[in-house]
Design a protein around this ligand. Structure first.
Ligand code: SF4
Length: 402
């Protein structure tokens, strides 16, 4: 028997939002507020902290966390599940775990999905959910609570428009990132035969260009992209008309370059660009944080600290930008700061944590050190505060409690 689909419930009700805002106070920081008010600078006798003009929680992340807290208040007597992580920040996720929210893996084949019932409440994370998973949960009759960010929904709408117009979506994103998987699923939701292709970087864009210009074979192309394109993808047919969309948190410079490369290739192949469509879907929060980091780097700090989850796409890109200019430490929390000579940082090459030390001379308290700090869109202010406090302590000037 087909059950009528339950509509996602709006949990951000005025009667509970006041309490939720109080709950979220735990992620705030009066020290960070003070630094903001002081021109984003904190001066100690031997250390200057330079905070980016835009950093930390974006509106979409704040809204998703509000939704998780509000759901917890509203459905006290029900099992509440989160699919994967609501956002990519270890501290926030640990807090939600401690509140008793349960996790569903990002894999619909897991037995936990089949054991769900109408009594269960399931929160869709800020990155959204692939359509097959959503349809499955709707058919199960669970109460869905949707925290998908509006900026992600805008990308979905673009991909749906491409599909309806017979245009193949080329999605610049991380092939296994939840948002990109969800975005790709939009292409075929209403148009079953629609095509999509995910490319993760400029190198892969060059491979598409090579195919468009007849410089590579069909076999080579399919061998490279078989696991990141729609089923039955035919490059001869499906690369005739292409439209670019991107994961909201990609590197702006890379996305622009990829658009240029594909645009030029279509123009060269066809003699005009009628078969090329593009739309910048990087969200403003990501752009603002990347721009603010570039401005901060112009002040030439001795080192940059980037704070956030290692699986956070926008934070990873901040770390990559900074690393091109200055010695950069990508850390997930204050726990990473053991001493000036022993910091646990993410290493992009080995894709694991490695131990490193602050720049030479950081152990010398008489030397002035200028440390730039920023944080990804999923990193709360209280985590930033604890990192600043620890660094100040390591430099010999612990900060008084505000
Ligand atoms: S980073 Fe952008 S897309 Fe992601 S939650 Fe924040 S505002 Fe939304």
């Amino acid at each position: 028997m087909n059950r009528p689909t339950k509509r996602p419930v709006n949990v951000r009700r005025p009667d509970i939002m006041e309490a939720v805002q109080e709950d979220l106070g735990e992620f705030c920081s009066s020290l960070v507020q003070e630094i903001r008010a002081n021109g984003h600078v904190l001066n100690l006798p031997n250390t200057q902290f330079l905070l980016a003009d835009s950093f930390g929680f974006c509106d979409g992340v704040r809204r998703a966390i509000e939704i998780a807290y509000a759901t917890h208040r509203l459905f006290r007597d029900r099992r509440i599940w989160l699919i994967g992580e609501i956002i990519h920040n270890p501290e926030v996720n640990a807090r939600l775990d401690a509140m008793g929210l349960r996790r569903l893996p990002w894999n619909m084949g897991d037995p936990l999905y089949h054991a769900l019932s109408e009594e269960d409440v399931v929160i869709i994370p800020a990155f959204g959910l692939p359509m097959p998973m959503r349809r499955f949960l709707e058919a199960k009759g669970v109460q869905l609570v949707d925290s998908t960010c509006g900026n992600v929904v805008k990308v979905w709408s673009r991909v749906r428009q491409y599909a309806a117009a017979g245009v193949t979506s080329i999605i610049h994103g991380k092939a296994r990132h939840e948002e990109t998987v969800a975005t790709a699923s939009q292409a075929r939701d209403k148009v079953p035969g629609a095509a999509f292709l995910v490319i993760s970087n400029e190198e892969e864009a060059h491979l598409v260009v090579d195919y468009l210009l007849g410089r590579s074979t069909r076999e080579t192309f399919l061998a490279r992209f078989a696991d990141r394109c729609s089923e039955g993808f035919d490059p001869d047919r499906d690369l005739r008309r292409i439209g670019i969309a991107n994961q909201t948190t990609m590197l702006k410079s890379e996305t622009s370059r990829i658009q240029e490369l594909l645009h030029e290739a279509v123009q060269q192949r066809d003699g005009d660009d009628a078969n090329f469509h593009a739309f910048n879907t990087i969200c403003s929060a990501t752009q603002d944080r990347q721009n603010a980091l570039m401005q901060l780097l112009e002040k030439k700090p001795d080192a940059m600290i980037i704070i956030g989850g290692y699986n956070s796409s926008n934070t990873t890109h901040l770390a990559q930008i900074a690393a091109r200019h200055v010695r950069t430490y990508f850390i997930k929390s204050v726990e990473s700061l053991i001493s000036v000579h022993d910091m646990c940082c993410w290493d992009f090459d080995s894709r694991s944590e490695r131990h490193c030390s602050l720049p030479a001379g950081a152990g010398d308290a008489s030397r002035l050190l200028r440390i730039g700090i920023t944080a990804g869109a999923s990193c709360p202010d209280n985590v930033i505060e604890s990192v600043i406090r620890r660094l100040a302590e390591l430099r010999g000037y612990p900060l008084p409690l505000c």
